[in-house]
Design a protein. Sequence first.
Lengths: 252, 77
Amino acid sequence: MSKWIPLWLHKLGSPPTFYRFAGAVRPWAMGLALLAGAIGLYGGLVLAPADYQQGDAYRIIFIHVPSAWMSMFVYAVMGVSGFMALVWRMKLAEVVAMESAPIGAAFTFITLVTGSLWGKPMWGTWWTWDARLTSELVLLFLYLGVIGLYHAFEDRRQGARAASFLAIIGVINVPIVHYSVVWWNTLHQGSTVNVFGHSKMAWDMLWPLLVMTLATKAYYAASLCRRARTDLLALEGGKDWVRQIAEAEATP
Amino acid sequence: MSAMQHLLAVGGDAAAFFRMGGYAAYVWPAYAVFFAVLVADTLAPRLRRRRILRELRGRLTRQAARERRATSVSRSP
């Protein structure tokens, strides 16, 4: 391991330490997700006014857009940790990459289904092969490819490295999803919310969307903690610290 | 319309809230999918954890039994 990595980070990479750390973080992240989710949904479903063109149908935005952002964010995390897994052979990086994949796939699936349910009343169709929708579907297939490749190997760590490689190649799709509405003429609308500039959205509608974004981020942290903990137990099954947990949790 | 007025107009009337301006058939299934998928995502690792620990305990028990047998065999003349 390189010298520039601080010692605490080095220690955090050790499975038993990370197991405890993730166990401490998870309830807080889940609590934040539930709290922000409750506030965001109340703001979005009750407080925010109806849209002047779309009526109440636009309220799907409060789950559709945060999920779509998460589908790309999780992929980026998976790509970066997959890269770390290949370069430094860190067990924890493999775990984070491989356990991010199902969460990212879940968010991508939600994005596609909620988008379809929003498209039907607004565009008159459940699905169209426009660039945004198609690239998001490709994103789902990339997630499924990573998950499938990971499980295709008898040796889990070998599978994780092969799947990490696929994940890194697939990173190319993330900017394609993001810029698809700029590069091509799409039925899907362009970006309304701009991180660095002016957002074309009323504050009453914008704040619930941002709070829901926070909620989905916190949910990802919580879910990743739980999944990484579980995966570490499976990977380290022969080690003493896992045996102690198994014996401590034995139901009489 | 202020947020409070809107709350009284929409939130105060539960039937109107659930009607979602006629788009209930699209809005509520979308929210149902969102929650169903995330609940499944939360439950899956919980079940997997339970299975991993159960299998590990079984392995440890079998291993202990094998070791006991091995020592008793070696002790016999």
